[in-house]
Ligand binder design. Structure first.
Ligand code: PEP
Ligand code: MN
Length: 366
């Protein structure tokens, strides 16, 4: 059975006139001066709806800056009163939730390290009950959609309906350009489970540097995310955490003004004709793909029968290597990415082997 979440639409509780919702503020609250100065510069942009600040920072190694703690909550209250922002902080245990609620924080977020631990999420959910506060749930560090869904369910089952999912990328041990590669297919799959869940992207933690932020932010909008969370600091180079990825407020302003917000509404007459025509063609091509796959599987079964009768192994390595080579070359000649085709054929081959292995086992005494 598909899980169900009871979600209150975003527009009911955050007055954002136009998509996207923008959340910004420093990675961590460091000093009162830093928080107020960053908030003042962000306020000048007139584009930020929610002010974020980590009050308790989950650091990978000890003896790093771990946030200002309780004092930071007071500074955040000042920011809220002075600039009228909604405020957001990360919570990782029951004590954090109690203190944040006491200081009038509007939105609590469960960080990536916490989402991965069902005990912590449940502890948080238990103290959230009855508070009516809004909660953002970041994806877990590892690309495990079920853990993300589980955390959303725990929060929702505690009676919290104001929920936002936050996509912040996923850990990888392979060095590459992103600090946490996005694996867009995972948040997209989350949306297929819960079409109504508001989802925002956190390009700062995906990129880990300032240079890639515009590209990831635009991609998120093109995938119809509801908003962005981007870290900002009045003096990023001297930030006590995540200094490489935080933006000066005025640079955030440039980034935001260069974003193109495209419409996800295909219902206007301008689009319906062209789009539906093209989609009908795509439907037809997809049917042909499935038809061809069915034909291929029939042939695979015949080959399987033949291998069984003649005592041949299911896997014939040379033939497999030849398939990979010829199919990628053909794909390239058709301007289709050869790596993409290799991935598809790896899947097809896996399925073919599964079918032939089943055939081999049929009628064999265990
Ligand atoms: C953060 O938002 O500063 C943070 C710690 O993020 P994450 O939990 O995504 O690593
Ligand atoms: Mn951070």
């Amino acid at each position: 059975m598909n899980p169900v979440l009871h979600i209150e639409p975003l527009q009911n509780w955050i007055p954002v006139v136009k998509r996207p919702l923008i959340i910004s503020g420093p990675c961590g609250a460091e000093t009162r001066e830093q928080l107020l100065k960053t908030a003042a510069e962000l306020a000048e942009l007139n584009a930020v709806h929610v002010f974020r600040a980590g009050i308790w920072k989950p650091r990978t190694r000890p003896n790093s800056f771990e946030g200002a703690g309780r004092a930071g909550l007071k500074w955040l209250r000042e920011v809220k009163e002075k600039y009228g922002y909604l405020t957001a902080v990360e919570v990782a245990n029951a004590k954090h939730v109690e203190q944040a609620l006491k200081e009038g924080v509007d939105i609590l977020w469960i960080g990536a390290r916490t989402t991965g631990n069902p005990f912590s999420v449940q502890e948080i959910a238990d103290v959230l009950r009855g508070s009516g506060v809004a909660v953002m749930v970041k994806n877990p560090i590892h690309p495990d959609l079920q853990l993300w869904i589980g955390a959303l369910e725990r929060v929702n089952q505690a009676g919290i309906n104001r929920i936002i999912a936050v996509h912040r990328g996923f850990y990888t041990h392979v060095p590459q350009i992103y600090r946490n590669p996005p694996h867009w297919e995972i948040p997209i799959e989350l949306k297929t489970y819960f079409p109504d869940i508001p989802i925002i992207c956190d390009p700062s933690h995906i990129c880990g540097n300032r240079e890639l932020l515009p590209e990831i932010s635009q991609k998120a909008l093109d995938l119809n995310f509801d908003g962005l969370m981007l870290e900002a600091h009045f003096d990023p180079d001297r930030a006590l955490s995540d200094s490489q990825q935080q933006l000066k407020p005025k640079d955030l302003g440039h980034l935001l003004s260069n974003l193109v917000v495209r419409s996800s509404d295909c219902k206007s007459t301008e689009f319906t004709g062209t789009l539906s025509l093209l989609r009908k063609k795509v439907d037809q091509v997809d049917e042909e793909i499935i038809h061809s796959l069915a034909q291929r599987m029939e042939l695979i079964d015949k080959i399987g029968d033949y291998k069984k009768e003649n005592n041949l192994t299911v896997l014939q390595l040379e033939r497999w290597l030849e398939i990979l080579r010829t199919r990628s070359a053909f794909a390239s000649s058709k301007s289709v990415d050869s790596e993409f085709i290799q991935k598809i054929f790896q899947l097809i081959h896996k399925e073919s082997i599964r079918r032939q292995t089943l055939l081999m086992q049929e009628g064999v005494e265990k």
